[in-house]
Design a binder for this molecule. Sequence first.
Ligand code: AMP
Length: 190
Amino acid sequence: MRLVLLGLPGAGKGTQAQTLAQAHNLSQLSTGDMLRAAVAADTEIGREVKDIMARGDLVPDRLVIDIIGDHMSSPACANGFILDGFPRNVPQAEALDKMLEEKGIELDAVLELVVDTDILGDRINSRIAAQPDSARSDDTETTLIQRIKVYQEQTAELVTYYEAKGLLKRVDGMQEIGSVTQQIEAVLGV
Ligand code: AMP
C-alpha cells in the first residue's frame, strides 16, 4: 500500500501515519521528522533548513525530493509507505510522480484529513504543552500562522491535483484519533 497524507498543520497527519504504518507494516516517511533530525544532528542539510523551518516556510524542493527518493528505494519501503508531509506543492507532486513511474509503482490513495482551522490552534497548543521544550521549535503561534498560510497557498492545490487523478479520499480529521483511523481504514478497505 502506498499512501499520501494531506492536511493542515495539526490535522493529525503524523499521528495517523504512525498508527497506520504500525498496523499495516508500512514505512512512515515524514519529511518534517527527517529534517528535524538533520537540524538536531547539525548536518549540512540541517544548517541549511534550520531558519527556514523556524519561520514556517518550505525548505527547497530539491532537498526533500532527494531525501524521499533515497528512502523510497530502501528495503524498509518494500511493503509500502505513507508519505507524511510530502509532497507540499505541485513541483514536489510532479517529482513524486516521476519517481514512482521510474520504479514502476503507483499510489493507492491520497488521504486528506479535513479539519476546522479555528480548532487547529487549540490542538497545536496542546502539542506544545505535551512536548519537551526543544521538541518542535516551529510549534509557535507566529510560525503556525505562517505554516497555515503556506499550506493554503501551496499545498491545498494538491487536493485538486490528486482529485483529477482519481486518488483523493477525504476523511473528517475532527473526530477522535481512533475514529479517524477507522474512517481511513474504511475508505481504504483495509
Ligand atoms: P511537518 O513536520 O511536516 O509539519 O514539517 C515541518 C517543517 O519542515 C515545515 O514547516 C517545512 O519547513 C519543512 N518541511 C517538511 N516537509 C517539507 C516538504 N515536503 N517541503 C518543504 N518543506 C518541508
